[in-house]
Design a protein around this ligand. Structure first.
Ligand code: CAA
Length: 283
């Protein structure tokens, strides 16, 4: 199946990055969120990120303008119905994701492929509540989407081969690399990355090191581009906690127990960069 039109649900950090890379690769993108303000802000972010690529000589101005012209926005979810491919990139809450797919259902074309950019929720369970589990897949981009090469492809138990092949081809068109993961809690990247971040938070909690010494240790001692606490702030501490909870509940092993300090920060509303306060102060 050929994909030309893409509907993206959620214009936050991940949604705007996804819209950015699809528009740049020549797809027509319809971006949805609940408010026009959020959509306008998202397009502004895309414009700034494209400008940055132009500024660094990585992109022609004409390509930037063409990409921007391929993005339309709508606060009405059903407008996404006719798209060939839908990518749900809303808040990492299962009830919200089910509600989005349910609301879209009566407006979808017969062949439309549904995907979720979830970082940890069961694809099989999300798919089972739709009318097309065979055309449903996990389509997991990494943050920042325009920079990171990887896309995890996660088949639910019922996903058919045509859907998998179609999405593999789309990843290649984006100039990115696919890695296939089975549908188990948090798939591959977050199964490995989040326990490391959680352990870094325990290291802080137990007083083994300061925020700075933990991050410096991993940046300079293991060549990570960002320290784990800086990365947690970048991803969002609410997202980190949600993923740890999925691992803890799904794998029933205490080694995935979220650090109490992570829980406390989330309860305080200190979610990292997006609230200007996390392990670092961005105010
Ligand atoms: N859009 C477009 N380009 C961007 C960008 C954005 N949002 N953010 C950064 N860039 C580009 C810059 O233009 C620059 O491009 P060139 O090298 O081509 O000139 C490049 O990225 C590097 O940027 P900077 O020089 O400004 O900054 P940096 O060298 O400190 O790199 C970083 C920034 C790429 C974010 C780097 O720190 C990094 O790789 N961090 C780790 C990111 C990571 O681990 N992501 C995965 C998170 S886990 C996840 O996403 C899964 C999940 O479900 C939670």
């Amino acid at each position: 199946m050929e994909i030309r039109t893409v509907g993206v649900v959620g214009a936050g950090q991940m949604g705007n990055g996804i819209a950015h890379v699809f528009a740049l690769a020549g797809f027509d993108v319809t971006l949805n969120d609940i408010s026009q303000d959020a959509l306008d802000q998202s397009v502004e972010t895309i414009r700034n990120n494209l400008d940055r690529q132009v500024g660094r000589g990585k992109l022609e101005e004409t390509a930037r303008d063409a990409a921007l012209s391929r993005i339309t926005t709508t606060a009405t979810l059903s407008d996404l119905g006719p798209s060939d491919l839908i990518i749900e990139a809303a808040t990492e809450r299962e009830d919200i994701k089910h509600a989005i797919f349910a609301e879209l259902a009566p407006h979808l074309g017969d062949q439309t492929i549904l995907t979720s950019n979830t970082s940890s929720i069961s694809i099989t369970r999300l798919a089972s509540r739709t009318d097309r589990p065979e055309r449903f897949m996990g389509f997991h981009f990494m943050n920042p989407v325009p920079v990171m090469s990887l896309v995890e492809l996660i088949r639910g138990i019922a996903t058919n081969a045509e859907t998998y092949d179609t999405l593999s081809a789309v990843v290649a068109t984006l100039g990115k690399q696919a890695a296939s993961a089975e549908d188990f809690p948090a798939f591959i990247v977050n199964r490995i990355l989040m326990p490391m971040i959680n352990e870094a938070i325990y290291t802080l909690y137990e007083g083994v090191g300061s925020v700075e010494s933990i991050d410096t240790s991993l940046r300079l001692g293991a060549n990570h581009p960002m320290g784990p606490l800086e990365l947690a702030d970048f991803i969002g501490l609410d997202t980190c906690l949600a993923i740890m909870n999925v691992l803890h509940e799904g794998l029933a092993d205490t080694k995935y127990r979220p650090c109490p300090l992570l829980t406390k920060y989330v309860e305080a509303g200190w979610l990292g960069r997006k609230t200007e306060r996390g392990f670092y102060d961005y105010r």
